[in-house]
Design a protein around this ligand. Sequence first.
Ligand SMILES: *Cc1c(COP(=O)(O)O)cnc(C)c1O
Length: 464
Amino acid sequence: MSTITNHMPTEELQALDAAHHMHPFTANGELAQKGARVITRADGVTLTDSEGNQILDAMAGLWCVNIGYGRDELADVAARQMRELPYYNTFFQTTHRPAIELAQKIAQLAPGDLNNVFFAGSGSEANDTNIRMVRHYWALKGKPSKSIIISRKNAYHGSSVGSGSLGGMSAMHEQGGLPIPDVHHINQPNWWAEGGDMSPEDFGIARAQELEQAILELGEDRVAAFIAEPVQGAGGVIVAPDSYWPEVQKICDKYEILLIADEVICGFGRTGEWFGSQKLDIRPDIMTIAKGLSSGYAPIGGSVVSDEVASVIAQSEFNHGYTYSGHPVAAAVALENLRILEEENILGHVRDVAAPYLKEKWESLVAHPLVGEAKIVGMMGSIALTPHKESRAAFAAETGTVGYICRERCFANNLVMRHVGDRMIISPPLILKPEEIDMLMDRALTSLDECYAQIKADGLLKSA
Ligand SMILES: *Cc1c(COP(=O)(O)O)cnc(C)c1O
């Protein structure tokens, strides 16, 4: 097979990148100084950069390359579909085979009566669909006042105006006039940072009951839906205490508000089940999907909708859609990805091999002097860095200072591990083998040791 070779020196690429390419979620000034890392190719769980470094990608790109890099089957399917029908829309009473087959497959995999799929190009778009769909649903049911969507602080639901409003990232709300009206945020179930003297179980109940308090304060006749990630991803892989989700489900049922599970990260095997909702016993009315749906090989997302909600929406024309809703190439790629996940029993590998082994190793990180809690669900894990474990203290330095140092040590040791503030997170490809887990843990430990030595030397080992 021929390969594409990059003949341009790294510095030249970096200079052009700095001159013309505006990066998402990047300190652009700092980047121009330092130069972006140029990734040239990838295979399995390993990235290669323009300097020839081989880097273990413990983030699966951005939480999405679930089946790993380098699967020719997906490239072949994409090429075949492009030749046969590269594009046609699904508006105005037309359809095509890839969209039909993918919708059917997702309906088959999804729990309960989530049998209907509205396609989008990304998770952000899908959550924008959800905002309009749940409000329209209640309007059609004769309750147009039910327009408020309750979400959580430090949630991530995307970066468009709508989905960024649903999200609870204060740094995002500071820019561009977010949030839109009728989105209400309650506190997150982050026991490590916010649990104080409460037990995790009591704290989980208390944070779930904030949903009920919000419904009562806003008025039951005003609330349309509650949206949440089964496990908060971009917020730092925050795993709620076990008491949290059963209580949330009870409250949604009691007040008949729609529950939207944002499965963009948790879906498609990340937790060891097809969806995080199955792992955590949640019964959503709508699920948001993207990322692992295509393992990132093509951009596609969607809303998986219950029979009840879909039948109400079907009563009239839903004035909504994207040019690329159900894009045939992306849909064909997603279908092939799901075939591989299923036929190679990758969920079984997660459940029986990778996740148990990773959990044992990952949780042992709490023994490190810099690590407070170590949390993991399936193949998504986090550690909280702290200067003082007993008091669960934050660092005196600005949040993220130490996390960034640790991330830089990881990169230097050929490991992609991301930092969210002072939490370090992983979400590796699901195909990770035990020997690759050993490599990941070796590099993580080396990086933690180096980070610890550096912050001690720099006087950063101080509690806030
Ligand atoms: C990434 C993400 C999104 C947004 O998806 P995009 O494809 O980036 O628009 C939404 N929700 C969650 C939970 C995510 O992690």
